[in-house]
Design a binder for this molecule. Sequence first.
Ligand code: HMG
Ligand code: MG
Length: 299
Amino acid sequence: MQADIRIVEVGPRDGLQAEAVTLPASVRAALVDRLVAAGLRAIEVGSFVSERHVPQMAGTAEVLAAARRAPDARFIALVPNLRGVEAALAAGADEVAVFASASESFSRRNINCTVAESLARFAPIVARLDGRLPVRGYVSCAFGCPYEGDVALAAVVRLAERLVEMGCYEVSIADTIGVATPRQAREVAAAVAAAIGADRVALHFHDTRGQALANIHAGIEAGIRSFDASVAGLGGCPFAPGATGNVATEDVVYMLNGMGLSTGIDLPALIAAGAFVSGHLGKGTQSRVARAQAARSVA
Ligand code: HMG
Ligand code: MG
């Protein structure tokens, strides 16, 4: 049975890329196994980017090799260029994700090129894949930029349209620094949905200011059915100062359960996966639901 809401789990990539502790590939693969067992069916398992820029993501090929496959679970790899795609293909990724920014300053800091140059890098990626793997796109800084502040909605819509024209089956509209509030979330989601179709839009909220669940709710009201989230609320971007983790997958699933919207995810198993990775990182979970559960079990 198809779930009402699709969750793309980005913990093993977005969650771990900015952590002070670099986890070995074997632990990252064991996390992916637990996420699959909890019912997640789209998991961003890592990225093929410069190891000098993001050392936490070294060894993504080993993660893909070691994680157990489930027939209907898709392992996604984030790639910045053709070299990343070659690595993703060689490692057996099921899907790749490309990323562009709605703001020029963030594009420069994140991937050292202009927005137009980043789009120009995607053409050979799509040509190389030639339909073999699905491509997902991201629009970073869609709700605000750490360097420029406000970002024009027209720039977000135009970029989402370009990504679809270039072959992305879905575009994840990202609040990289967690500044959005529900009214803006609804406005941006509705504008992008009007341009590319609601079924091609996903929303990706970092929870820096505690607005992510409310923003997801606003997105649902705008007709969006696909959301990114990160187990234990891990996450951040090394090139977005002050940005904290993504909304915790546990908290999203709890909210959706309460709304009667199915996800196919087993919440206790997901909480256990969050406890597993938090233990390896040596820090507490950011998931409020997981914390409440832990408090109940000691009480
Ligand atoms: P560059 O310096 O402009 O280009 O980097 P370069 O071609 O000179 O490459 C620099 C180094 O990277 C070289 O190695 C290359 O060999 C190597 P060095 O000479 O330093 O030893 N290189 C690669 N290595 C592995 N895999 C590759 C690859 N390509 C080049 N595919 C580049 C350009 C894009 C590579 C670099 O800037 C980079 O890797 N940046 C990291 C970007 C990143 O991972 N950012 C975080 C993910 S995006 C994100 O978090 C936002 C998102 O969550 C949505 C949201 O919240 O907004 C998706
Ligand atoms: Mg992100």
